[in-house]
Design a protein around this ligand. Structure first.
Ligand SMILES: [Fe+2]
Length: 242
């Protein structure tokens, strides 16, 4: 099975569209690791596109998606993120809200688990060896080999040895004897100082992942953010990958 794994769309239609065009017909299935909404200008279309490729079984609810269901949770968000959630609530309909309600916080499939943040805490950021080790311990205690996660917006591959340098567009072979935490990066708001969208391809038969980056029309997304009255910074940061 060839699986396209992606995360953190954040209502960025131009990025999501480019990703789907690049992968459609070439993969057997899609898995979304959450944060379909928040920050960006196209929540309605993005939710419906994710629904059409992942259904309800293969998409996770992220912290921004949960904030749609529990707007009081935005008190934990920074001011700009909270503003974007309030704006999103004003334009999505019951259909979109119902889809988000149907999603789960974790997907358990074969030897793999899929979450948005982490296994030891729902909204944790796995960005250090300490947090990675904690999650690898939990993963192995559950008898699983790979945890696919998002939330940090940074592509990553962790093992007990630490952070593995990622090479793009070539298979990184995995061992059934080892434990891995793997993050596809963000479709719609990368934060590794690279403005390109990011995802990965997982081949669960040949047991490898391929990290991919793609160019999309950032200027169009930027203009929509301005025209729809969202904070200008949310557009500017896309140009810098921050
Ligand atoms: Fe996110």
């Amino acid at each position: 099975m060839v699986i396209a794994i992606f995360s953190d769309v954040h209502s960025n239609l131009e990025a999501l569209d480019t990703f789907i065009n690049e992968t459609y017909g070439k993969v057997d299935m899609y898995v979304c690791l959450g944060d379909i909404v928040g920050y960006g200008p196209d929540p309605v279309v993005c939710i419906n596109l994710v629904k059409s490729i992942c259904g309800t079984d293969w998409a996770i609810r992220g912290n921004h998606d949960r904030a749609i269901l529990e707007p009081r949770k935005t008190s934990k968000f920074n001011f700009i993120a909270a503003q974007a959630i309030i704006w999103t609530l004003g334009i999505i309909s019951e259909n979109e809200v119902n889809y988000i309600k149907e999603l789960s916080d974790i997907i358990d499939y074969k030897n793999y688990l899929f979450v948005h943040g982490g296994l030891t805490e729902i909204d944790e950021y796995i960005i250090s060896k300490t947090s990675a080790t904690r999650n690898l311990d939990k993963l192995s205690s559950l008898g699983k080999n790979i945890l696919f996660f998002g939330h940090t917006h940074i592509p990553a591959l962790w093992t007990y040895e630490g952070f593995k340098e990622i090479t793009l567009n070539e298979p990184i072979h995995l061992s059934n004897e080892k434990f891995y935490l793997i993050n596809p990066g963000a479709i719609g708001q990368p934060r590794d100082n690279i403005s390109l969208g990011s995802y990965l391809i997982f081949n669960d038969v040949e047991n490898y992942v391929i990290f991919k980056r793609f160019k999309y029309d950032i200027e169009k997304t930027y203009q929509k953010i301005i025209n729809r009255g969202l904070p200008e910074y949310l557009g500017r940061r896309l140009k810098f990958g921050i």
